[in-house]
Design a protein around this ligand. Sequence first.
Ligand code: 5CA
Ligand code: ZN
Length: 416
Amino acid sequence: MNSWSTVFLPPIDSRFVFPPLSLKDSASESVVTLPIKDQYSMYVCGITPYDATHLGHAATYLTFDLVNRYLSAMGKKVNFVENVTDVDDPLLERAKRDGVDWEDLAHSQIDLFRGDMSDLHVIPPQSYIGAIEAIPLIVEAIEELQSSDTVYSVDGDLYFQVNADEKFGTRSNLSREKMLTIFAERGGDPSRQGKKDPLDALVWLLNRPGEPSWPSPFGAGRPGWHIECCAIAMAYLPLDSISEHMIDIQGGGSDLLFPHHEMGAAQSRILGKKDYARIYMYAGMIGLDGEKMSKSKGNLVLVSKLINQGHDPMAIRIALLSQKYSLDRMWHESLLKDATHLLRTLALLLSRPEVAPTDWVIQEIINALSNDLDTPRAFAAIELWCEQTTVLASGAPTGSPGELARALDLLLGIAI
Ligand code: 5CA
Ligand code: ZN
């Protein structure tokens, strides 16, 4: 599937020093430093295309865009793959509820999402892959799981046995009781009769009346959710043959850690015969009025709506990046107001011929990002530079507005 338009990454001077990138890993519950390599692989879970793109989605994709930008600024190649869950229960249910064709709904929302990502200056993935186009790969992956005896049938629907992976549970670190509760809340079917373990994950659902289906050796049907991402990642990312892990970063919002990424990691370990991701990294949940922003709750603020109201996409970007990515946080209009103010101030100050010294602020942004994407620290430095430039005395040492503008664009995706 087509992604969106490429983003130009301006170069900055080679005198700036890039510390290795450290990121929070949920599996080890610690901050892990990425080893220095020539290339990295990152899989980020994409949207299920209805009610896109709300600010929660946007915040998550902006987070991983910062990872992509930092590694790219270091001169590394980043292999980045993202999926689109263009067939799954919630999409079909929404289409049915609204009396619209599910494919029309998906196509319109994917188009909207592409436009929003482009407006927000998110670097596109090299491979943007829909679940439907990946069905042959998913079928292959299920066949491989079958040949390792880790799949069984319940009335023709196929399930992956989670206990086939002795590391099951080690990525999300939850008690079994918690796993069962969250599994039921997030699309799982723990109480289905005939399952060997209530947590076993559906990999192929036989066709149900009135639902779309695709032919397969297991009968016509459609893929389960977790196998979708693991099959796409393993097919489209160059798997690291030297490392003990297949890929470097598995990413998404924190609602995906369990069950989605735990199941994906378990299935991948059976398929790839080694650990899946070096780092399992999660963006916190964006909420509105005290509750998580979600399609099911309907408390959404859409990026496209804000842009149509005249808000600058760069201000939306600053507003979402101004707080620490890993925290759950509330959206508030004041964030956008403050971000718009900062954007205007920067535009004004960066057009001056003489500005306060810039090397320190660029290096501080780099250092802050290297430390688990500490954007509040980066923005504190930018604010301080704005103050210094505003009160710059004649004859005082000066910096390069062009260099700072390029650094803001390259590292934070803020194009002024
Ligand atoms: N298609 C699946 C992933 S394979 C999915 O979860 N789609 S989604 O449309 O529901 O979410 C897309 C991405 O946005 C996921 O990474 C999800 O974790 C993230 N997300 C959803 N809601 C929020 C929120 N309120 N705050 C932050 N991120 C969110
Ligand atoms: Zn996914």
